[in-house]
Ligand binder design. Structure first.
Ligand code: URP
Ligand code: ZN
Ligand code: ZN
Ligand code: ZN
Length: 460
């Protein structure tokens, strides 16, 4: 199949021009003005923005967590991602403590293989670092194409590792050419505050927020960055939410430590006042919690200063009935919120259309940097000859309203109900195939491919 996309405004991290894109099979064959080629399918993109398919490197699909499973599986989650202009996602395999990385990988593969509609890859979450785990790191990187190792400095008693394990993991991952990533909050302090609030009978969602103050994130981010600097291991902080944590990243950069960081769309545009509305606030119970307006300003600045390279989602949806597991105790509300489908449109609408970030920066943080940091560039993350033809055709004037009634995520509420966005994903190509055409998804369950990733380099 060959496709010619004509007359679009083609935006990459480093370019912005009116051009035609010619695709043969799964890859881009030519880019230029007035390309004189015959294609089986022609798409007129005049007046449209044309940019690389989004990459969301932080999602949780069909994840066993807090006594339940996140409600989007690989089929519904990657399909919703495509509707929202995201063509590749990176999910997290979770090691079971006492068990091997390989066993966890087999488990996750059984849920994803033949199910995903869009492309996907895996991070490996190490929840138990010991001599056996250490021996598996090389194999994960070189044979499985999994070069990033996720850790949790919180969720004490479930997923959290201690600093001894962190240090051991960083040393080994550095040696083998990978990267360590972390959920950077101080699990011991959070555990203390959760117990204190529960003992005082303070059980509403507001106390989820008050149990994870900024200091818990600033302290853990600094500790992680310092350990990364000492071991020399490339490092990445997921879902960074606040000024204090950003300062830890800034300090690490001053010493030339390789510490990358991601924020998520919700932290840029929602704030902690949402926890004041009694149990309704459970919709936004996630870890870390939403912060203050001053943090939002710091995060937008962090993007423009290059301290935050990626805007992800941490998509981890739960049905309202699942959220009700914590009706009488905030510590039992499954943590997470749905956004996989909304990220690109919200970032364009709140970031580009409101003048906070440039179009090139928008492409960088929604796609290109994730491909570079996580070893998929230039196959993914750009529009270039030889790259996969993962392409979004976007109507910058396509105003519409977000709602659970119209979204494609498998969750019965929206964190953004009634939110007016300026700009709409119109057509999405995944490896040269039209996957989304207006309201229709034209690709099937099983269409998504697992993307093996390379060792970590230091280009961003
Ligand atoms: O609340 C969240 N973030 N849920 C998903 C798990 C995690 O910590 O990323
Ligand atoms: Zn997390
Ligand atoms: Zn997460
Ligand atoms: Zn939309």
């Amino acid at each position: 199949m060959s496709v010619l996309i004509k007359n679009g405004r083609v935006i990459t991290a480093g370019n912005d021009c009116i051009a035609d894109i010619y695709i043969e099979g799964e890859v881009i064959k030519a880019i230029g003005q007035n390309l004189q080629v015959k294609a089986e399918k022609e798409i007129d993109a005049a007046g449209m923005l044309v940019f690389p398919g989004g990459i969301d490197p932080h999602v949780h699909l069909a994840m066993p967590f807090m006594g339940t499973f996140s409600s989007d599986d690989y089929e519904t989650g990657t399909r919703a991602a495509l509707y929202g202009g995201t063509t590749t996602v990176i999910d997290f395999v979770l090691q079971t403590q006492g068990d091997s990385l390989k066993a966890a990988l087999t488990d996750w593969q059984s849920r994803a293989t033949g199910t995903a509609v869009g492309d996907y890859s895996f991070h490996m979450a190490v929840t138990d670092f010991n001599e056996n785990t250490k021996a598996e790191i090389k194999q994960m990187i070189e044979e499985e194409g999994i070069s990033s190792f996720k850790t949790f400095m919180a969720y004490k008693g479930a997923l959290m590792i201690d600093d001894r394990q962190m240090f051991g993991l960083m040393s080994e991952v550095k040696k083998q050419g990978g990267m360590v990533t972390t959920h950077a909050t101080n699990g011991d302090v959070i555990d203390f505050l959760v117990a204190k609030h529960r003992a005082e009978g303070k059980l509403s969602p507001l106390y989820h927020y008050l149990s994870q103050p900024e200091v818990t994130e600033a302290e853990a981010s600094n500790r992680f960055a310092q350990m990364a600097g000492y071991t020399g291991c490339p490092a990445y902080i997921v879902h960074l939410t606040c000024e204090g944590a950003l300062n830890a990243v800034r300090d690490a950069g001053r010493r030339n430590y390789q510490v990358f960081a991601e924020t998520c769309i919700q932290y840029l545009i929602l704030d902690a006042s949402l926890y004041e509305n009694d149990f309704e606030g459970a919709k936004w119970v996630m870890s870390p919690p939403l912060r203050e307006k001053k943090d939002q300003a710091a995060l937008w600045a962090g993007i423009n200063q290059g301290l935050l390279q990626i805007v992800a989602t941490d998509h981890c949806p739960f049905m309202w009935e699942q959220k009700l597991m914590g009706k009488n105790d905030f510590s039992k509300i499954p943590n997470g919120h749905p956004a996989i489908e909304n990220r690109i449109e919200l970032l364009y609408s709140e970031g580009v259309a409101k003048g906070k970030i440039s179009l090139n920066k928008f492409v960088e943080v929604s796609s290109t940097n994730a491909a570079k940091i996580f070893g998929m560039f230039p196959r993914k993350g750009t529009i270039a000859v030889g790259s996969d033809a993962d392409i979004v055709i976007f109507d910058p004037n396509g105003k519409h309203t977000l709602s659970a009634a119209t979204h494609h995520m498998n969750v019965d509420y929206s964190g953004y109900e009634g939110w007016e966005v300026s700009g709409k994903v119109k057509t999405v190509l995944l490896r040269g195939k039209v996957a989304i055409d207006g309201d229709e998804c034209l690709v099937e369950k099983g269409n998504g491919q697992f993307i093996k990733r390379s060792k970590v380099s230091n280009i961003v």
